[in-house]
Structures are given as structure tokens and as C-alpha cells.
Design a protein around this ligand. Structure first.
Ligand code: GLU
Length: 469
């Protein structure tokens, strides 16, 4: 039978790192086995689910390139089906109405605690006739009393739970709406999910879900519970560890392939290999190599991977992402050199696209002010003369060629008997506003004649004005 996995987020926030990793593992597993990947939005918690969050999750999946073959399905559109199954369970005698009040349940709990027993619903309404139902009635699943549930977890190995540890789960609330465990079971069954890959925070639900599936005569999926992700301080990864939303990584200048590569290594390994293209991930991924223990988030490593991909990805692909960041700086990348050429000279010196965009802005748009330190260090008494001479020579050059321009800089340093830095650095500050830019030949060539000459003129005026103050 062909394999089918799903990602089933609850839309109560953004797509966070843990969710994205679960989605990636499920996606990889389906892709590896030529199966299908389903996106299912578990939006039954009407108070906490928002459309904004649905959009954020879809946006995150798209940005990462985790395309789904079926869906998105929305559980709120499937209430009729859940009702039908709840009715079936009632008819079969596998579910029953429970009219215990909150006070009764609290009393029961207190008594069990006093006897040092594990608090659980004792099934007292199991044999009470339906006639007892009133507005406050919930429906519970009649969990088997005897025997045990065995989960052959593909990550954690066999897990055995005695049925007497499990109480009768509420499957429909008093208002008739189905609960989480019921909807998951119905969907996994109806959608023919063969492999449930999810966070191990759901492991306590699994035996309950298995029992309901069995009552429905459904085929059981395989389960793989992936361990949680910890922050570098050992606590569960959360907002206070920095970015946990996938889209925040985009905003901070990460490439999706770097994030994917980072996520795949969070809890999975293939020998010592660190760098994986998506094709390699698909080829090598399997659930057996998923770690049993929690993995720790390491921002340094993510940054290292990002730099790797900035260095090695196709510049045209990087340009697609970089232009988005340029847009954030109000820059129109068509008003200057081809982004691909800019990337080629900037990639070595920048670890994120945010840095790259900031360092490349001067190619497209005049900077507002010079970097103060750079001015102090490089705009000296004689700098205006140096820049004027460069301007004169640059004006005469027939073809705007980086190498020839560089030669002019070298020659001028020689004829004026100046160290190269006394010529090249004022020029760099003049054209880029700061003392750090790519090599001068590439910078001049990319900036072009018009912008270069205008900025040298601006710098000469600036130096003369400040020097005469
Ligand atoms: N909706 C659940 C969550 O977001 C996941 C349920 C599942 O994967 O079975 O945590």
C-alpha cells in the first residue's frame, strides 16, 4: 500500500520550528517512499484558531517548499462526519452519555487522590440509561477494561500501556462538538494515513486513539513520535530563545534551504554529514535514524549553514530571496546592477540576506549619511584633492571597466606617492558611505559611471565644507 503521511497543525499561532520539523519529516517520508503528504488544519478549537494563523502556516509551508499533495483539509468543515462516527460508536455500544457534573467529577478526583490512586474517570455513567441525558451531557468513549495497547513506535520502539490506565475519554462536548482525539482518529482513518509522524507530546494520546480506531474497525497507522526540541539552556524551545517562528528566519535573512537543512539535522542524522540538499534528504531520510532523545537548538549552526548556502546556492535563486529584502529597504533592484552580480561579490562577506541587502543598498540608492568613523579615518586634508584627481581620470576613461578603474587608483597612489589606502579608502567611503565594501574594482564596475562620479563630487564638496569649518 502506498504510504501517506500528514501534517496536522492547530492554527493557534505561527508555524514554529518544532511544527516545521514535524512537517519536514512527514514530507520527507512521503517523498522518499513515493507516497502522499496531506495537510490538515485542526481548527476545531474555535476560540484559539484564527485565519491569520492558518495563513501563517500556509505561508511557512510554501516558503520552505513543503508542498502537499492533498489538502489543506479543515476539520471545521467535517463536523457532520464526526457526528456520524460518534453516533456509530454510541450505536455500537462503544460510547455512552455521561451526565456527571463538574462537582461530581471534582469529588471523585479528590477521593482518588486521598486514596493515592491515579485520578481517572471511573465510568460510573457507563450503564446509566440514555434517558439521563440533559443539556450538560457529554459523550465518552468506552475504553476497554482489560488487556493492553502496544504502540510499535518507529522512533521509540514498543510502548505498552495497560487499558486500566486509560479512562473513558470525552469524544463529544456538551455542545455536541467533537474533541481532539476523536477528530484526529476519524481523519487519520478517512484520509488513509499510513504513518502518523508527530511530536512526542502526543504520545499519551496514541493508545486512546488506537482504541477508538480499533472500535471503528479501522486499520491502524504506524506511529513515529519525534522528540522535542530544547533551547540551548536545556529548556523546551520557546519564544524566549529567540526566533521560533519559521517566517522570522526569513525576515532575519535566512535562505529556506538553510532552514530545511538545519531542521532535518534536529533529531536526525546520516553519518557525519551536515550539508544536505533536498534531494539528498529525500534519499537518505528514514525514521530509524531519528534520535530517541531531545535535540538542542543551536543558532550558531543555523547561521553557519546559511552562510554555506549563500556561498553555494545558485545566485539567481538567492537573487529571488534577496530582492524581497531589498524591497524591505525600499529599494527597487532594477535601479542598479543586476542582483546576481552583486551577490557574487557580496556572498563571501555576509552571513544573512539582511546583512547582504544592507551592504548592497548603496549600489541602488544614495546613502543618507557617511559612516562617522569612516569619515574621521579616511576623509583627511588631502582627500578632496585625491578624489578630484580620481574623478578627472574616471571621467576620461572611454569604457567603464573595473580593472582599468582599479589601475587608475594604483597609478594615482604612485604618482602622488601615497599609500594605496590613502587613495582607495577615501574613494570607498565616497562611493559607498562606509569603509567596508567589496573590492574596489568590482564595486566601481557595479556602481557604474554616473553614480560613481556623482558620489565623488558629493564627497569632495562634503570634505571641503567640513574642512573649511
Ligand atoms: N493538531 C495537533 C497539534 O498541532 C497535532 C495532532 C497530530 O499530529 O496528531 O499539536
Amino acid at each position: 500500500m502506498s504510504k501517506k503521511t500528514r501534517f496536522a497543525p492547530s492554527p493557534t499561532g505561527y508555524l514554529h520550528v518544532g511544527g516545521a520539523r514535524t512537517a519536514l519529516f512527514s514530507w520527507l517520508y512521503a517523498r522518499k517512499h513515493g507516497g502522499k503528504f496531506v495537510l490538515r488544519v485542526e481548527d476545531t478549537d474555535l476560540e484559539r484558531s484564527t485565519q491569520e494563523s492558518v495563513n501563517a502556516i500556509l505561508e511557512g509551508m510554501t516558503w520552505l517548499g513543503l508542498e502537499y499533495d492533498e489538502g489543506p483539509f479543515y476539520q471545521t468543515e467535517r463536523f457532520d462526519r464526526y457526528k456520524q462516527i460518534i453516533q456509530q460508536l454510541l450505536d455500537q455500544g462503544d460510547a455512552y452519555y455521561c451526565c456527571c457534573s463538574k462537582e461530581q467529577l471534582e469529588k471523585l478526583r479528590a477521593e482518588q487522590m486521598a486514596r493515592k490512586e491515579k485520578p481517572r474517570y471511573d465510568g460510573r455513567c457507563r450503564d446509566v440509561a440514555d434517558a439521563n441525558q440533559n443539556g450538560e451531557t457529554v459523550i465518552r468513549f468506552k475504553n476497554p477494561d482489560e488487556g493492553e495497547v502496544v504502540i510499535h513506535d518507529l522512533v521509540k520502539g514498543d510502548i505498552v500501556i495497560a487499558n486500566k490506565e486509560l479512562d473513558d475519554l470525552i469524544i463529544a462536548r456538551a455542545d455536541g462538538t467533537p474533541t481532539y482525539n476523536l477528530t484526529v482518529v476519524v481523519d487519520d482513518m478517512d484520509m488513509d494515513i499510513t504513518h502518523v509522524i508527530r511530536g512526542d507530546d502526543h504520545i499519551n494520546n496514541t493508545p486512546r486513539q488506537i482504541n477508538i480506531l480499533k472500535a471503528l474497525g479501522a486499520e491502524l497507522p504506524e506511529y513515529a513520535h519525534v522528540p522535542m526540541i530544547l533551547g540551548d539552556d536545556g529548556a523546551r524551545l520557546s519564544k524566549r530563545h529567540g526566533a521560533v517562528s519559521v517566517m522570522q528566519y526569513r525576515d532575519e535573512g535566512f535562505l529556506p534551504e538553510a532552514v530545511l537543512n538545519y531542521l532535518v539535522r534536529l533529531g536526525w542524522s546520516h553519518g557525519d554529514q551536515e550539508i544536505f540538499s533536498v534531494d539528498e534528504m529525500i534519499e537518505y531520510f528514514d525514521l530509524e535514524q531519528v534520535n530517541v532523545s531531545a535535540s538542542t537548538f543551536n543558532s550558531e549552526k543555523l547561521l553557519w549553514l546559511n552562510h554555506h548556502y549563500i556561498m553555494h546556492s545558485d545566485p539567481a535563486h538567492i537573487a529571488h530571496h534577496l530582492s524581497w529584502h531589498m524591497g524591505n529597504l525600499d529599494i527597487d533592484p532594477t535601479e542598479g546592477p543586476d542582483l546576481v552580480d552583486v551577490i557574487k561579490v557580496q556572498r563571501e562577506r555576509t552571513k544573512t540576506l539582511v546583512e547582504m541587502a544592507a551592504a548592497s543598498a548603496f549600489f541602488y540608492k544614495n546613502f543618507e549619511a557617511y559612516d562617522e568613523k569612516a569619515v574621521k579615518k579616511n576623509f583627511k586634508q588631502g582627500s578632496a584633492e585625491v578624489l578630484q584627481k580620481l574623478h578627472d581620470a574616471f571621467t576620461q576613461i572611454p569604457e567603464w571597466d573595473g580593472e582599468q578603474l582599479h589601475q587608475i587608483v594604483l597609478d594615482l597612489a604612485e604618482t602622488m606617492e601615497l599609500k594605496l589606502g590613502k587613495v582607495a579608502q577615501p574613494l570607498r567611503v565616497a562611493i559607498s558611505g562606509s569603509s567596508a565594501s567589496p573590492p574596489i574594482d568590482a564595486t566601481l564596475s557595479l556602481l557604474g559611471r554616473g553614480k560613481t562620479l556623482a558620489r565623488i563630487e558629493r564627497a569632495v564638496e562634503f570634505i571641503e565644507a567640513t574642512r573649511s569649518e
